[in-house]
Design a protein around this ligand. Structure first.
Ligand SMILES: Nc1ncnc2c1ncn2[C@@H]1O[C@H](COP(=O)(O)OP(=O)(O)OP(=O)(O)O)[C@@H](O)[C@H]1O
Ligand SMILES: [Mg+2]
Length: 235
């Protein structure tokens, strides 16, 4: 199976060149196969968000190589990185970062508008399709602030899927939700993964949810621990 991402010897230091320079990722090797649904776990401060930001092309590694859909991203310039990020990767964060003055529908249209530069009927239809997919058609014209936290997170998931990315990165996507909403949001991501084949890498502190992923990767002190944590859905 092809790898949607492959990391080879990824290191990351913050404050490079300053007295406070610290290496927080120490040579990460990791591959995610197409269609895999993987949990990333580990103690607070172990480097999970740092790793996710690098995989998501939001930050650059200090050294090492990152392949996305087989393409070496190391040598890409900023413009190429921005385009690749927009088209290949969807993001879901603990806080949804929806634009509060915009409706659910407008928030989902936004990534397509940014990519194409002008609105068209196809992106309007696609946003409707995605809102239907996440079960929020009737909230289409509600402002993002006027829906519940769980609904906001489902809009954020619809938005993440707008460009039909091969990979969705989620950093504690259920961290702010009650357990019932967390479960619904998790199951929605699982269904998208099963129905569309989208790969997911999800940071979570919730072992119950992590065990419903294909595989759990554990980061401890900036390294992959290699510990095998059993899951219920292991393939
Ligand atoms: N912008 C930054 N500048 C300097 N140090 C940073 C920066 N971001 C993170 N760090 C440090 O890097 C280490 C890893 O942080 P990171 O946010 O990746 O951890 P995490 O595993 O996501 O933790 P949590 O579970 O609490 O979210 C921590 O020691 C943190 O203080
Ligand atoms: Mg984090």
């Amino acid at each position: 199976m092809a790898d949607v991402i492959r990391l080879e010897g990824i290191c990351k230091s913050y404050n490079v060149g300053l007295p406070t320079e610290t290496e927080v990722l120490h040579g990460i090797d990791l591959a995610l196969h197409e269609g895999e649904f993987v949990a990333l776990m580990g103690p607070s401060g172990s480097g999970k968000s740092t790793l996710l930001n690098i995989v998501g092309l939001l930050d650059r590694p200090t050294s090492g190589t990152l392949f996305i859909n087989g393409e070496d991203t190391t040598e890409l310039g900023d413009a190429a990185i921005t385009t690749l990020r927009g088209r290949a990767i969807g993001f879901v964060f603990q806080y949804h970062y929806l634009i509060s003055a915009f409706t659910a529908h407008e928030n989902v249209v936004m990534p397509m508008l940014l990519d194409r530069g002008h609105p068209d009927a196809a992106m309007e239809r696609r946003a409707d399709e995605l809102l239907d997919w996440v079960g929020l058609s009737r909230w289409r014209d509600h402002k993002a602030t006027n829906i519940s936290g769980g609904q906001q997170q489902r809009v954020a998931i619809a938005r993440a899927l707008a460009m039909d990315p091969s990979l969705v990165l989620a950093d504690e996507p259920t961290g702010n939700l009650d357990s019932v909403s967390a479960d619904a949001v998790f199951e929605l991501m699982r269904r998208i993964n099963r129905d569309r084949g989208t790969s997911f890498l999800i940071v979570t502190h919730n072992l119950d949810l992590a065990q419903r992923c294909d595989r759990i990767v554990e980061v401890v002190d900036g390294r992959i621990s290699g510990r095998v944590i059993p899951t219920l859905d292991a393939r």
